[in-house]
Design a protein around this ligand. Structure first.
Ligand SMILES: Cc1cc2nc3c(=O)[nH]c(=O)nc-3n(C[C@H](O)[C@H](O)[C@H](O)COP(=O)(O)OP(=O)(O)OC[C@H]3O[C@@H](n4cnc5c(N)ncnc54)[C@H](O)[C@@H]3O)c2cc1C
Length: 381
């Protein structure tokens, strides 16, 4: 049986970033993916690096997002240097736009909620927003500015992390589905790939929305990693004359500009199982929002449509850390934020592997919280 220090299940942004980080520690690392690396959610993402919460229940995630954003310049530089290629990292900030009679009030509430969470956010007049981005349409009547937010090109990111990790000695095994974990006396000692056992001192589950499906006789991992797919559809537009510099977003969608002039518009949040088809309704909704935000996009050519499956979880929070089974760490369920959170996730996993604890509060993200929740609910009956 082949044996490695570390075996990672899944070569998305999360698994590959962890591999890159751990290879720095001179550990032998193998990454198994059931297809080509980086072709799932990470490939489909818009690439915004935004710690701003999507809903009040995301507040607990904000410190993790802020820390990851802080780490990004160094993370991006290390990947780019090791891979010898760009990941399209830019830090141009983002404008959030509000419309309707309550627009200014809503904007003020949002800015103050973000500031209380330590996020750099400020109210700017709609005239200022239009001076910065003259293509903003007439529907917007209030704006909030997030000066520290950045963006990357996710497809470049996953390609570059893979190359950077390989340059540090990581072995990638594409077309190698992990079917189960090896368990010996309640300890995980490796993975089984197409019937072949691969030993590992530490196994890391980073299989995105597929994590809940990885079986481990005699115990299933589903209670610790109850991920489920949340489909997001996307559209890439190429306008003729119009250019955007900053990310624009509203409650119902966003526009992310690329250096080559393309504008990526997103997205939907649908529970549609593992179905990755784009739909007429989904694309219609995205285009509607895009054209309301920037009416000049009405004439833009549609150059690509696609969708991806976000790794959702029951409480919308990631699942990070030990699962109470020796030799097993979980790093999954990053839902709408896995590109942002790749930097901090890799760092946390390195700390768990090398010193057995982390220097960041990770309790809210523990894989044990779901089992605990069920136990508490049972006691309450
Ligand atoms: C439309 C859309 C827009 C998004 N926009 C953003 C954004 O702007 N900013 C942001 O931060 N995040 C964004 N996200 C979220 C982000 O893409 C995800 O959170 C992140 O990519 C998750 O990374 P991952 O590596 O965990 O999962 P994935 O990228 O899905 O990778 C999981 C990997 O595991 C492999 N795998 C599965 N099962 C097995 C198995 N049995 N054996 C071996 N390998 C297996 C898969 O093949 C895959 O390569 C977006 C997502 C979508 C869909």
């Amino acid at each position: 049986m082949k044996t490695f220090d570390i075996a990672i299940i899944g070569a998305g942004a999360i698994g590959s970033s962890i591999a890159f980080e751990l290879a720095r520690e001179k550990l032998s690392v193998v990454v198994f993916d059931r297809q080509l690396p980086g072709r799932e959610a990470s490939w489909a993402a818009a690439g915004m690096l935004s710690p701003a919460p999507h809903s009040p229940r995301d507040a607990v995630l904000v410190p993790l997002g802020r820390e990851s954003l802080r780490l990004y310049p160094e993370f991006a530089a290390a990947i780019e240097e090791s891979a010898g290629q760009s990941i399209g990292y830019e830090r141009e900030g983002a404008l959030e736009l509000f419309s309707g009679p309550q627009a200014e009030k809503e904007r003020d509430r949002r800015v103050s909620a973000c500031q209380q969470l330590g996020i750099a956010a400020e109210a700017v007049s709609i005239d200022t927003a239009r001076a910065w981005e003259p293509t903003i349409g007439p529907v917007a009547c209030a704006a909030a500015w997030f000066p520290e937010e950045g963006r990357v090109k996710p497809r470049l990111l996953v390609e570059a992390i893979g190359r950077a990790a390989q340059n540090r000695g990581v072995q990638f095994r594409p077309h190698s589905p992990v079917t189960k974990l090896l368990l010996e006396k309640e300890r995980c000692s490796g993975v089984v790939v197409r019937g072949e056992a691969n030993g590992a001192g530490q196994v890391i589950l980073a299989a995105g929305c597929f994590s809940s499906q990885i079986g481990s006789y005699p115990r299933s991992l589903e209670p610790y990693a109850p991920t489920e797919p949340v489909r997001g559809q996307m559209v890439a537009l190429r306008p003729d004359h119009l250019r955007l510099q900053r990310v624009l977003r509203t409650e119902s969608g966003y526009l992310v500009p690329r250096r080559d002039g393309q504008i990526v518009a997103g997205s939907t949040c649908e529970r549609a199982g593992f179905d990755k088809r784009v739909t007429r309704e989904g694309l219609g909704q995205i285009l509607n929002t895009a054209r309301k935000l920037v009416p000049g996009l009405s004439g833009a050519a549609i150059v690509e449509t696609w969708s991806g499956l976000r790794p959702g979880t029951p409480d919308d929070l990631p699942i990070l850390g030990p699962a109470g089974i020796g030799g097993l760490l979980i790093a999954t369920g990053h839902y709408r934020n896995g590109i942002l959170l790749a930097a901090i996730t890799a760092k946390l996993v390195r700390e768990w592997v090398t010193v057995g604890r982390t220097f960041f509060e990770t309790e809210p993200f523990s894989p044990l919280r779901f089992a605990r929740g069920k136990l508490q609910a049972r006691h309450a009956l």
